[in-house]
Design a protein. Sequence first.
Length: 114
Amino acid sequence: AASLLVVDRNNSQVFGRYWGAIEHIPLLHFEVAYYQAIEYCIREGIQTFEGGAQGEHKMARGFLPTTLHSAHWIADPGFSKAVGNFLKRERNGVAAYVDELEQHNPLKSTTVQP
């Protein structure tokens, strides 16, 4: 099993990505992708651990949906334009899906009710 952490100390963030395993070992995915990374963040005083894209199962483990930004450069102008057009259309769908998932937040609200 393998996992990659990108550490941004300036912003006290860690971004994790799981790369998979060649053999199924029960719960190893969670140990490698989340638990070791969270322990690292605690030990190093890092405030934010972003556990990776996709996976509704992450909400049960306290990973709430967030949108992240990434930057890509595509050499071919036609392909770059096509990808840009797709991303514009996809953005609304992603926002709606995040809103839907947030309605199932498993964590207690920190908002004080009047």
